[in-house]
Design a protein around this ligand. Structure first.
Ligand code: ATP
Ligand code: MG
Length: 551
């Protein structure tokens, strides 16, 4: 794997050299309100690889302080996805475990005259906040005494007030040019069942208050986040300083922002992913068309391909958009030597080799991966009855470029013999149901025969040993065009994003398990799907053999 190198690494190096920090401690803080997507992989790889490169560590922290949308299903999904990527957090924490300590810090701010209980409604608070060009107005409740604020905040915690009736706000500056500093709300009231805390708490800290404190409690040195938090950094520092973090812990965290990752034709927002699942446009979060990590896994992407993809996109303080083909390239790079290359015939047609003895089977030697000797070899069956792809046959050879089978034309069945097609049988509608052929016994692949060259090489699967298979091929879920660019994403959905074909795979795949990766000869990269059963195997196409490659 490539080594991580970016502006954050430089900063960490400097901080270690100057003695500002003794070790590098980072965290990955997902909200457990959806499955992780490929955009999250940037945050994951960055946090884990950076800490690792300095011998430090990374915590996984579920940012579960926004109880309305959180779910245990997502917690276990996130843990599974991280483990699959090969990252082991030093600790798994929950933001909600710090509710007590966070509450104490809020009380400290009140005691210092830096926070107050406000009775304005959410709409009024927005109205009072002002705009980018106009300063905000002080709330009429801003000057409550410390004693009154302590009492009211305690009552908020005890459940004396309804949702939205009161908030706790930081007392900073209603005319600050940075709107985030205009007395931001620190706590709100929500009578709701929290997935870990139950009904113990009815006041919940806001992200801008909770996050810097959670980082502080865990001793995080570098708190990495995406660029949209840029103008929250002053507030982050305000919280750290006024909650007297350095005094208590002898160290303090710093926020550093990086650009978000976008991929062409790929929408990653949780709102969108959830809408696709809820409207049943996809089979679930792990549908192989989804840009979620579980979807990509089921599609056949490997952990290394994802990590290398993320590293290859670099990191800067600008949001970036990467072509979707880059991810496919990373997969091909990873699997080129690792994946075995068996035969799979998609949309088959049967060939009968009339001069080959009925009932005889030969087992021929075939390398598992001709570019990697260490991958070893296997035996493939050959007999009088074989399947080839319908696309590999045409009755009349159209031109010199046709390097496949046709009537009167000889091709090599890869790793077996040369065959020549002699006639076809058709059904009433004119579809070919059987191709008759003859073979030349002198041309067996391991015989060194080189007296003439065949008109191309095609692959095949022997009929009596073939295993039935379903092949699922995919197109992007979304089609973005000039015309539809302003429409809602639900109206940009590609109606043909999945194609299902039937066919056969060779017998060596009989024990394949979900997530086994293959390069099907001449077809592309495929992975075994969980929908496989005793009747038939199911394979998902991960990507083609080459970028934009179509047979
Ligand atoms: P979304 O915008 O998709 O709903 P989010 O940012 O709200 O995602 P979180 O669960 O809060 O999702 O994300 C956890 C971490 O992953 C955050 O630090 C966030 O900045 C980072 N992250 C999410 N999406 C991307 C992305 N596309 N590129 C880089 N980092 C991302
Ligand atoms: Mg978020």
């Amino acid at each position: 794997m490539a080594e991580i190198n970016n502006f954050i690494k430089t900063k960490m190096q400097e901080d270690l050299e100057s003695g500002a920090v003794k070790e590098i401690i980072t965290r990955f803080p997902p909200e457990p309100n959806a499955y992780l997507h490929i955009g999250h992989a940037r945050a994951i790889v960055t946090n884990f690889e950076l800490a690792k490169s300095f011998g430090g560590y990374t915590n996984l922290r579920f940012d579960d302080t926004n109880p309305a949308k959180e779910d245990k299903e997502f917690v276990s999904g996130i843990i599974e996805d991280l483990a699959w990527l090969g990252y082991k957090p030093k600790n798994v924490f929950y933001g909600s475990d710090y509710f007590e300590k966070t509450y104490e810090k809020a009380v400290l701010l009140i005691k210092k005259g830096l926070a107050y209980v406000d009775d304005l409604s959410q709409e009024e608070i927005s109205k009072y906040r002002g705009t980018l060009s106009e300063p905000g107005k002080n709330s009429p409740y801003r000057d409550r005494t410390i004693e009154e604020n302590l009492r009211l905040f305690e009552e908020m915690k005890e459940g004396k007030y309804k949702d939205g009736e009161k908030t706790l706000r930081a007392k900073i500056d209603m005319s600050s040019p940075n709107i985030n500093m205009r007395d931001p709300v620190m706590y709100r009231i929500l009578h709701i069942n929290h997935h870990r805390q139950g009904t113990k708490w009815c006041i919940f800290p806001m992200y801008d208050f909770a996050h810097p404190l959670q980082d502080s409690f865990e001793g995080i040195t570098h708190s990495l986040c995406s660029l949209e938090y840029d103008n929250h950094r002053v507030l982050y520092d305000w919280v750290v300083e006024n909650c007297e973090i350095e005094k208590e812990f002898n160290s303090r965290p710093h926020q550093i922002e990086f650009g978000r990752l976008n991929i062409t034709n790929t929408i990653m927002s949780k709102r969108y992913l959830r809408a696709l699942v809820d409207s049943k446009k996809v089979s679930g979060y792990d549908d192989p068309r989804m840009p979620t990590l579980c979807g990509l896994r089921r599609r056949g992407y490997t952990p290394d391909s994802i990590k290398n993809f993320i590293l290859s996109t670099g990191l800067s303080r600008i949001n970036s958009t990467v072509p979707e083909e880059t991810l496919e390239e990373a997969l091909r790079d990873d699997l080129k030597l690792k994946a075995n290359r068996p035969n799979a015939v998609i949309n088959p047609v049967e060939v009968v080799i009339d001069n080959y003895p009925e009932g005889q089977i030969e087992w021929l030697d075939a390398p598992n991966n001709q570019e990697n000797e260490e991958a070893g070899s296997r035996k493939i069956a050959f007999s009088r009855h074989v399947y080839i792809e319908r696309e590999d046959f045409i009755e009349e050879k159209p031109n010199k470029k046709w390097k496949r089978l046709a009537l009167g034309v000889e091709v090599r069945l890869m790793r077996a013999y040369f065959i020549t097609a002699t006639s076809v049988e058709k059904d009433n509608e004119g579809n070919i149901t059987l191709i008759h052929a003859t073979y030349d016994p002198a041309t067996r692949s391991d015989s060194g025969f080189n007296e003439r060259k065949p008109n191309g090489n095609i692959h095949f699967v022997e009929k009596s040993t073939a295993i039935k298979a379903e092949f699922r091929q995919y197109e992007p879920l979304l089609i973005e065009t000039e015309e539809n660019k302003d429409l809602d994403f639900m109206e940009k959905l590609n109606p043909n994003s999945i194609h299902i074909s039937n066919g056969f795979v060779e017998s060596s795949l009989k024990d394949t398990k979900p997530l086994d990766h293959f390069q099907f000869i001449r077809n592309g990269y495929y992975v075994t799907d969980i929908d496989s059963n005793d009747e038939r195997l199911v394979f998902n196409e991960t990507c083609g053999l080459k970028s934009g490659f179509k047979l």
